[in-house]
Design a protein around this ligand. Sequence first.
Ligand SMILES: Nc1ncnc2c1ncn2[C@@H]1O[C@H](COP(=O)(O)OP(=O)(O)OP(=O)(O)O)[C@@H](O)[C@H]1O
Ligand code: SF4
Ligand SMILES: [Mg+2]
Length: 337
Amino acid sequence: MPSTRTSAETAARQAAAPILSARELCVDFKLEQGWVRAVDGVSFDVRRGEVLGIVGESGSGKSQILMAAMGLTAANGRCSGSVTFEGEEVLNATPDRLDRIRGSSMSMIFQDPMTSLNPYMRVVDQLTEVLVAHQGKSRAEAVNIAVEMLERVRIPDARRRISLYPHEFSGGMRQRVMIAMALLCRPALLFADEPTTALDVTVQAQILDLLNGLVHELNAAVVIVTHDLGVIARLCDRVIVLYGGRIMEEAAIGDLFTTPHHPYTQGLLAATPRLDDDTAHDLRTIPGTPRALAGQISGCPFAPRCERRMERCTVETPTLRRTTNGKRAAACHLVTA
Ligand SMILES: Nc1ncnc2c1ncn2[C@@H]1O[C@H](COP(=O)(O)OP(=O)(O)OP(=O)(O)O)[C@@H](O)[C@H]1O
Ligand code: SF4
Ligand SMILES: [Mg+2]
C-alpha cells in the first residue's frame, strides 16, 4: 500500500532544491505526414530521497519523458522546454557531457533487460565497465563491487554467476542484474521504465521492495514509469497522471488514491477494483480508446472519453492548476481550487 514517510522527512525533502526539473517539456516526432507531439508541456520537480511515479496508458508519453531527460530521444525527435539536472540544462548538453552524467550520476532501468545488457558480453564485463571507465577503479576492485551489488539484489552464488552471459540468467534474475547495473555507480537520479512489468507478481514485489530499500539507502531520486497502479502504490511518494502527453493530475500518493480530483484519475481508480489485489490493477482496463498521437488540439485531451464533459471542454484546453496550498494540481475545468 502507499509508502509512508514521516511528515518531518517530507518537509525536509520539500525544502531541498530539486535534483531534476522539467519545465514545459515537449517532445515532437517527425513522421511522413509532419510533426506530431508525444509530450506536451510537462513540468515537474524531483528531489533526493523522493520517488515520483508517472502513470498513464500506452502511448501517453511516459517513456519519452524519461528518454528526453536522459538525452536519448530518437533521431526523428526534437525536444523543447527545459530539463535541468542539478541546475544544468540537459536538453542541449553535449554528447560528452551527457555520457559523463549518465555514467556517474544518472542511470536508467529499461523495461526490457536486453535493452541495456549486451548478449555477447559476460555480465562481469558489463558490470565492471562503468566502474573502470567512469570511476577509475581497478579491475579487481570493480569485480568485488559488482559481486557485492549482485548479492544485494539477491542473486545467489553471485561470485560464480557474475561470469555468466545474460542468457544464462532467468528473466527475473536478468532484471536484477540490470537493476544492479543501474545502481552500481550509486546514481543520484534513477529512471525506471516499467522495471517489473515482465515479471511474475511475487518476483515483482521482491524487486520493488529491493529497489525501495536501495534507493533510500543511497538517498537517490527516482522517477518510475508504469501503467500499474499497484507499483505506484508500493513505491511512490508522488504521482503524475499523464494522458495524451499532458499532465492531468499531480498529487501525493495518499491524496491521489483517496481523493482523485481529475475525472481521468477517477476513471483509472474505478477501473482498479482493489489496489491491494495484485491481480487487478492494470490501467489498460479503463473503457474507451486512448487519444491518438496528435499535435496541439484545442480542448481537453480527455474530452472524447470523459463522462463529465461540458460544452467548453471541447474548445477550451484546461490548464494545470495548483490547489491553494500548492500540494496538488489538476487540469480540468471542474477542478477549481
Ligand atoms: N521515434 C518515434 N517516432 C514517432 N513516434 C514515436 C517515436 N517514439 C515514440 N513515438 C510515439 O510517441 C508516443 C509516446 O510514446 P511513449 O513510448 O512515450 O509511450 P508510453 O507512455 O511509454 O507507452 P507504453 O506504456 O506503451 O510504453 C507514442 O504514440 C509513440 O508511438
Ligand atoms: S476538462 Fe472537461 S472533458 Fe476534461 S476532464 Fe474535465 S470535465 Fe472532463
Ligand atoms: Mg513506454
